[in-house]
Design a protein around this ligand. Structure first.
Ligand code: GLU
Length: 399
């Protein structure tokens, strides 16, 4: 009889939750391959192609023989382009030694967590938050403290809540506006009120994830580091995936104090080295282009947001807020908890998301993964036809 091999994996990986966004996308793909007519509204990924002017720059880079290892923190020309972008879009002054380019903003965030957090440190996560913030915090052996919010307050935290969450162990807080998964956008005034609280706690660092900055239909994006008292201790994270439809190209970056950038460079030098050479060259072109060049995608996302809110608004028990940015809506579906629908009992958001997948063939992501157990996330980075059909199916199931 074959012997069962032991699989002595590390505690680190055994304790790591899987990414629910990626898991749901994989599940949708798998069911499709089995012949099921699944509409996937699970992954936050633009359904547009990368614009031609960016693709041309990549082709040029290949022909120009950009094929060698890149500097760990990114090509100097790219870091210069990132500095220009930060000045133009965010009124932030960084020099190239404050920039580190990584293989996606996810790596940028992981670098920051690894270089700033020690075991026992606390990280504040305003909920809902993107699934990987909590997982990366755990990987860095710190613990996270959630600040709960609800749809009634547009999923925003207040200065009082922030103050109450701070302890002597607090080392970092994540801000993310426009927010994944809620679409919430903080105003400058709201950010300044939160900064006032942090001014009394000089040991707390802020990771401001601004990856959705251009996909915003509300107040203009405001960068946390633009608050003078916060500049030195804010790490601004961004990338090209969402705005330029370049998810697979994997380019993210940070702007931060030089000592933090230097530490991230050192960390990355032992793990992946510099990001992909072709993608870096293409990113220079993307960032130097006027933002008007990508407005057609933003306009389309805006139309889809309106469509999705209108259609969901006709379904009993689905409560939505007006998401101002990103490409997600995050309805509260707790009305259905404790009910049986089409023979299937729904106790929580995970059951609800599973119900939609199994009975309506629509993939979404449970709010549990984002620290918001009453909600589900619907990504509207899909065509209007798909969105209409998906919501028609959901409405039919719930009626
Ligand atoms: N950030 C996107 C999402 O939330 C892509 C998947 C991921 O990396 O989590 O769906």
């Amino acid at each position: 009889m074959a012997q069962v091999m032991s699989q002595p994996l590390s505690d680190r990986i055994n304790n790591l939750p899987i990414s629910q966004t990626l898991a749901m996308a994989a599940k949708a793909r798998e069911l499709r391959e089995q012949g099921k007519d699944i509409i996937s509204l699970s992954l936050g990924e633009p359904d547009f192609n990368t614009p031609d002017f960016i693709k041309d720059a990549a082709i040029q880079a290949i022909n120009d023989n950009y094929n060698s290892y890149t500097p760990v923190n990114g090509y100097g020309e790219l870091r210069e382009a990132i500095c220009r972008k930060f000045k133009r879009d965010n009124n932030l002054d960084y020099n190239i030694n404050q920039i580190v380019v990584s293989t996606g903003a996810k790596q940028s965030i992981a670098n920051v967590a690894m270089v700033l957090l020690n075991p026992g440190d606390e990280v504040i996560l305003p909920a809902p938050y993107w699934v990987s913030y909590s997982a990366i915090t755990t990987l860095a052996e710190a613990t996270y403290v959630e600040i709960p919010t609800s749809i009634e307050t547009d999923f925003k935290i207040t200065p009082e809540q922030l103050q109450a969450a701070i302890t002597p162990r607090t080392k970092m807080i994540f801000f993310n506006s426009p927010n994944n998964p809620s679409g919430t956008v903080y105003t400058e005034a709201e950010y300044r009120a939160l900064a006032e609280v942090l001014e009394n706690h000089p040991g707390i660092y802020v990771l401001s994830d601004e990856i959705y900055e251009h996909i915003n239909y509300g107040e203009p994006n405001f960068s946390f580091a633009a608050i003078e008292s916060m500049y030195e201790r804010t790490i601004t994270v961004n990338g090209v995936a969402k705005a330029f439809a370049m998810t697979g190209w994997r380019i993210g970056y940070i702007g931060a104090a030089e000592w933090i950038a230097k530490a991230c460079n050192k960390m990355q030098g032992q793990i992946t080295s510099g990001a992909n050479c072709i993608a870096q060259r293409a990113t220079i072109t993307a960032l130097d282009a006027p933002v008007e060049k990508i407005q057609y995608m933003v306009d389309e996302f805006h139309k889809r947001r309106d469509l999705v809110l209108e259609l969901l608004g006709n379904i009993e028990g689905i409560k939505t807020n007006v998401a101002q940015g990103a490409f997600y809506v995050f309805p509260d579906v707790s009305f259905y908890f404790g009910k049986t629908i089409d023979g299937q009992r729904v106790e929580n958001a995970s059951d609800f998301a599973m119900l939609l997948l199994e009975k309506a063939n629509v993939a979404t992501v449970t709010g549990d993964a984002f620290g918001a157990p009453n909600c589900i996330r619907i990504s509207y980075a899909a065509s209007q036809e798909e969105l209409k059909e998906a919501i028609r199916r959901i409405a039919e199931l719930l009626s």
